[in-house]
Design a protein around this ligand. Sequence first.
Ligand SMILES: O=C(O)C(=O)Cc1ccc(O)cc1
Length: 392
Amino acid sequence: MAASLSRPCFISLHLPYRQGWGQHLANTFRFQPVAVRETPRVRQVALQRESAIFLVNERLAPASTSSRDFLYDIDPQPTLGTASNVCFEVDDVPGLCKRLQSQGCSLLVPPTELRDDAGSVTYGVVSSIVGNISHTLLDRSCYRGLFLPGFQPIQGAPSATGDGIKITHFDHITYVCPRGRARAALDWYQRCFGFHRFLLNPRERPAEGYVLGGQGVGMLLLALQSAQGTPAHGCKLVFAESLSQNGTNQVDTFLEQHGGAGIQHVGLCTTDIVSTTRALQQRGARFFTPPTTYYSQGGKAEEIRGAGQDPHMLAELGILLDTTVPGDKGRPGTDATESPSQEYLMQIFTHPIFSEETFFLELIDRRGAPGFGEGNIRALWKAVQVYMDQQQ
Ligand SMILES: O=C(O)C(=O)Cc1ccc(O)cc1
């Protein structure tokens, strides 16, 4: 039987020696430092915005032979910044670790109990079959502390209320896989962790996945949904694979610069993308913006107005909007004669966070639409293409 995982507890970012990035996440993206663990060799800081937590892991000294410097994780020994671990909360860590091992997974940290005055937690770490990605499996049901044993709460962190930033949770995590490998990754997460298939778009054919072709785009997307939680609330995993003949695109560039498969971006769910984007831009966050023609061509302005949004405002900030109408072919449980109440989603993507063109963040504001916008993905793809051409 596969495990039943819910939303991620935290996503771990690792930085090579002497590349402070924790401050950037804290200052620019206004994630609040809530807990810290520091040893002579490493610093681990938990940065939080509602239920989205990044654990930022930095080396304070050159890498040692000990692979256990980082608590609740392994050391991916990065030569560049990388998001290499996703921690899921589970009920039975030893039982799940045993089952995963019997399915051929490597156990990198066996079930381990840690305690402090606020109780105890049990965790283990397993490797996935995708690039450098590992998973920490954590049971914190017997823990009442702020974060985890081994970490000290950070007192007096600036308040996150009233700053216009409304980020609530991790919406999805997008992996980049080498060509021909996304399907195996999908199968692995279904088999081992009990994720369910999730169709990204009404036009997706389950056997093929969601193929975006034409107009310079070439990508295959496959997605899963955590077993617990509804499409609107659980976390999704998206697997992207390049189908492009031309190697200078977002997906192939990731593989090349990251040195293999891994986490390309994390979608942060926001309840107000306009105020959140504005606040983050004011703090220096940089976003990809589509060409202005995006808002004027093909009835986009009407589509945006029809969704109740202001095209000028979205254009000023660079926010993308895609609508889906219930009753679209392929959507179960809808009656084509119903009045079409519109579902839509708005997205915006940051520039790469680290010095390489690898990991980035996304803001996603879902107004009833659980999938992903084809128009938005195409607009991002093109905006990145322009950006990469300018960098060359
Ligand atoms: O739209 C999203 O957030 C996705 O996750 C789909 C996606 C996948 C890979 C890309 O390079 C760009 C977009």
